[in-house]
Design a protein around this ligand. Structure first.
Ligand SMILES: [Zn+2]
Length: 98
């Protein structure tokens, strides 16, 4: 551990990092949305999904496109990003019920 120092971030997390990288990995992790696809969205759209309990692409796939569009803060501009995120996982929006 020659190049590593034990550091404590402002929130009290202890971590080893080489001196050229001052970011605390715990804080870094907490800042990140649970699933990367949320980071593609603007804040209002992201909040809309989070309020609905949608944090992963898998959860998103349980909703229809119409359901998602109805969410407050979700705009049509976000839909292509969501669809791309779904497609990347081999998923898609749920089809409308029969
Ligand atoms: Zn921290």
């Amino acid at each position: 551990m020659a190049n590593k120092n034990l550091r404590t971030c402002e929130k009290g997390h202890e971590y080893y990092k080489s001196s050229d990288c001052p970011t605390c990995p715990v804080c870094e992790q907490e800042r990140k949305p649970a699933d990367g696809f949320l980071s593609l969205l603007g804040a209002p759209a992201r909040r809309a999904l989070e309020n609905k309990g949608i944090k992963t692409v898998k959860q998103l796939s349980e909703f229809t496109k119409a359901d998602i569009l109805k969410l407050h803060g979700m705009g049509p501009a976000s839909m292509p990003k969501l669809q791309a995120a779904l497609a990347a996982e081999g998923l898609s929006f749920k089809n409308k019920g029969k």
